[in-house]
Design a protein around this ligand. Structure first.
Ligand code: SAM
Length: 472
């Protein structure tokens, strides 16, 4: 029985509710009166329910789709402005005891080299990441209680935060590790993590169990209820995601929004981010073996609909996607992207031989961070290395309040400009510096509060003189 507030996975992600939602959406996909009213409702910027959003996802009317895309662009602009937050993944270990059939780290893959970074390796990796200009990382690890116990993850986080190389620093570590206990989430919280990210992979229980035939991750309910435990453990910011290609996208979309509604209903705050990965080729994985792959158009439609359905939730796109796809969805609602990523263990300080690759999946966008930053600015975006909110305790509902009160232009905007300035001073190429300084000059004028504007100008001058880490 569907119950948004239930703490049982099968009740807050109720299969029948999803099936009924999909039937309702199919029956109404040409109901222009309803579709118009839903678009009007979305314009209020309070989001849409999974049922409402599913009707729009089913709609194939070109004119209406254009209206949805325009609204997604507008909402993106209103809530996030033109800032795009930058991050990089850091793979700690690919030892794994799970059987995920889409992931080359599955325990039965005897071909892939197994690697785990030592604390000395982490210093080298993080130094390389700092030298690129990164300030925000997402750590990734396979699940293996012997090789990668929580103590190893905690020690690694401590090491990462402790490294101060030249002007570099990692100021926010997000964590993407397997579902765990409330006690372990508390430990992660105490270690000072940013967002806890866990992809659901698929919300379809039966498929989930087939796609995860063995290992701890086989337990659908334990996995699906992980965000509840994370929040009970005190983690305010959680990141959802499904791996598109595993199941029917309409099913996943409804499930994803139901999950967001559940977190909002129970904890008073929805997910901090939603990621939209698609299956990629990898060591012994061929994406065409999965029947439910989605084309770029559908992918863009999903991104736009997530943006209008959960306007306050950040949306992340990784280098799984090509430059062209990333460009398309940036305007539709993406707020965070990775750049210069390596998806192998130890990949930042060491080039791996092809046949010795520990990569999790093929990266489509292989450009350097400097190239990605430059490209974003040429498209009119401000690449932001800001980590201020979490460091100022503006997490969970406090961050949402900032967003809802439209204080972004007086807070996030100057912070983005100051952290971009740090990047220009310390890491950027000549071309990027030129474009960046012009952009900062233009964008400074958009800060509405005169005191904030003056302070930002003052700080930018100090950054030029070598002082770092200012924030509002
Ligand atoms: N091991 C952790 C877990 O089980 O949740 C998370 C870390 S895993 C390195 C991060 C994510 O990569 C997975 O949740 C999955 O969605 C994604 N992934 C796995 N195989 C992939 C593939 N072939 N293509 C694209 N993404 C993949």
């Amino acid at each position: 029985m569907y119950n948004v507030k239930s703490m049982k996975a099968e009740e807050f992600i109720d299969h029948n509710e999803i099936e009924e939602t999909l039937s309702f959406a199919e029956a109404n996909k040409n109901n222009l009166k309803l579709i118009d009213s839903l678009i009007e409702k979305a314009k209020e910027r309070k989001g849409l329910s999974h049922r409402e959003a599913s009707v729009l996802l089913a709609c194939e009317n070109k004119e209406k789709l254009e209206e949805i895309y325009a609204l997604a662009r507008q909402i993106k602009e209103d809530f996030y402005g033109n800032r795009i937050v930058m991050f990089a993944p850091l793979y700690l270990s690919n030892y794994c005891v799970n059987g995920c059939v889409y992931c080359p780290y599955h325990g039965q893959n005897k071909h892939i080299p197994r690697k785990k970074l030592t604390q000395e390796d982490i210093v080298k990796e993080v130094t390389a990441l700092q030298d690129m200009g990164h300030k925000r990382l997402a750590i990734e690890s396979g699940e293996d209680p012997v090789h990668n116990p929580i103590e190893y993850i905690l020690e690694s986080i401590k090491t990462i935060y402790s490294i101060k190389h030249k002007n570099g620093a990692i100021r926010r570590v997000n964590v993407n590790i397997a579902a765990t206990t409330v006690e372990n989430y508390k430990k992660l919280k105490d270690a000072g993590i940013g967002t806890y990210i866990l992809f659901q992979e698929t919300y379809h229980k039966e498929s989930y169990e087939k796609l995860h035939p063995w290992g701890p991750k086989h337990d659908y309910c334990y996995h699906t209820e992980a965000m509840d435990r994370a929040m009970q453990g005190g983690i305010d910011d959680v990141g959802l995601g499904v791996l598109f290609g595993l199941e029917l996208y309409k099913y996943e979309f409804a499930g994803l929004l139901m999950h967001a509604e559940h977190l909002e209903a129970v904890f008073g705050v929805g997910p901090h981010t939603i990621s939209v990965p698609r299956i990629k080729r990898a060591d012994d994985i061929n994406p065409t073996d999965f029947d439910n792959g989605i084309d770029d158009e559908t992918f863009a439609k999903i991104c736009a609909l997530i943006r209008i359905s959960v306007p306050y939730t950040g949306m992340i796109i990784s280098t799984r996607e090509s430059k062209a796809v990333r460009e398309k969805v940036l305007s539709l609602g993406i707020s965070q992207i990775s750049g210069g990523s390596r998806t192998s263990v130890g990949g930042y300080y060491e080039e791996e031989e092809e046949d010795e690759s520990s990569e999790q999946f093929d990266v489509s966008d292989k450009r350097t961070l400097d190239e990605v930053v430059c490209w974003l600015m040429e498209l009119g975006y401000i690449p932001s290395f800001c980590t201020a909110c979490y460091r100022e305790g503006r997490t969970g509902d406090r961050f949402m309040t900032l967003l809802k009160n439209k204080q972004i232009l007086n807070c996030c905007h100057p912070n983005a400009l100051m952290t971009l300035k740090e990047f220009l001073c310390d890491y950027a190429s000549e071309k990027t510096v030129k474009i960046g300084n012009e952009l900062i000059k233009r964008e400074l004028e958009k800060i509405p509060n005169e005191t904030v504007k003056a302070k930002a100008k003052e700080n930018l001058e100090k950054i030029e003189k070598g002082i770092r880490d200012f924030r509002f």
